[in-house]
Design a protein around this ligand. Sequence first.
Ligand code: GLU
Length: 324
Amino acid sequence: METYQLAQESQLNDLLHVKIHQYKQQNDGECASYIPELKKADPSHLSISLLLPDGTHYTAGDHTVSFTIQSISKVLSFITACMHHGIESVLNWVDVEPTGDSFNSILRFELTNQKKPYNPMINAGALTVASLLPGTNDNEKLMNVTNLLYNLLGKEVCINEKVFMSEWETAYRNRALVNLLAENDLLAGGVDETLLTYIKLCSIETSVHDLAKIGLILSMDGYDPIEQKQLIPVKIARLSKVLMFTCGMYNSSGKFAASVGIPAKSGVSGGILASIPPSTRNLNVLSQGCGIGVYGPAIDRYGNSVMGVRILQDLVEQFHLNIF
Ligand code: GLU
């Protein structure tokens, strides 16, 4: 068994390079354009980073290219709000129900007698969660999430000012959404402060390596196996993974769960955070669990990186990583 495991380990790096090369040729999807600055990304970029609990790290492709975290920040703000207020209080404000609507839909407000946003992974829910973050202004609220990131990553993160301004100037739909939330008493803070907080969170600069580290900690239920510290309470880490599994890939979350089958959260800049839990079903180099970060800015009509999803699906099939 040991020999098999070691053999696979030494081959994993080569395998990732081969897969990145293979999927780069396919060239499907387009960069998001509704935030003008995101359109400037190179659609041919593709990278992956994979981190094991013992700190072994595999990477391939354009892994030095950084990008803004966008909707992946929704996982981090949800965790921060829960760590501060407790899960129960946060769920008084936002539900845990998938919608099937696009991430920035305002449809539900008119169609249903909505008491709270459907879940924290869509914009409506994430705006409510942003308003709940501890702090008396947008910068303090942001700082509470970047402090969590500091603990998870062991380094400071920064905001991409160009992407922030680009989104702030064109956030027509999110402005509508945050106003509808305020009208329905679904914000714990002011309209401008909430929108500023939310857009700053989306503009945090990140990399596939950061995403792999976050994914690894989530896969260990909030425990950082490298630093040997519990950084997120177990229940909050588990609930976050449930939300990633059921609502993390926009309105193709069901399809992603059925065809790939792992907790993941994507963002319109092309990043995907994936968390692979340990498994005793199959013995291979990845059965101890791992975190995976993927980046490919060419996205599909739902908002997910086309090549990112394909490479994840491929790896999951090859290593039997799906959770069901
Ligand atoms: N800042 C983006 C928005 O709210 C995030 C979208 C996303 O990545 O899903 O439109």
